[in-house]
Each structure stands twice: as structure tokens, then as C-alpha cells.
Design a protein around this ligand. Structure first.
Ligand SMILES: [Zn+2]
Length: 69
């Protein structure tokens, strides 16, 4: 299990990225704390439910299997 956070700073391509604790880009300000999940897929799903109007994606560095764009 790892703690995941959604970075509320929008990326240049319009995405909002989910990061796992320990990632170089794990947000320390302007984020939504998603909680603990066993996989980035579950964290991304939770982020989409909390922020349905945002385009959510996994971070390419810490959540590569969830990174789609
Ligand atoms: Zn990351």
C-alpha cells in the first residue's frame, strides 16, 4: 500500500497527475490527498470520482502503468 496524491496543478497537456509517495514529483502543496491504495489504477479511479471534471492521469515516473497520455 502507498499513499497517493493528486497534483492540482494542471500539466501542460491538460492532465492532472496522480503520484505515489516517494515520487520526485509527489506534490507537497496544492494537492488532493487520495489516501492509501495497493495500485495506481485504484488511486486514479478514486481521483476521477473525487474530481469528475478533471482529466486525470498517472505520473509517468511513479505510476507508469497508469500513464496513458
Ligand atoms: Zn509521480
Amino acid at each position: 500500500m502507498a499513499n497517493y496524491r493528486l497534483n492540482l496543478n494542471q500539466q501542460a497537456n491538460g492532465d492532472y497527475e496522480v503520484h505515489e509517495n516517494g515520487c520526485t514529483y509527489y506534490p507537497t502543496q496544492n494537492y488532493d490527498d487520495l489516501g492509501y491504495y495497493s495500485s495506481c489504477a485504484l488511486a486514479v479511479t478514486a481521483a476521477k470520482q473525487k474530481q469528475p471534471s478533471k482529466k486525470i492521469n498517472g505520473c509517468v515516473h511513479c505510476s507508469k502503468s497508469c500513464h496513458t497520455s
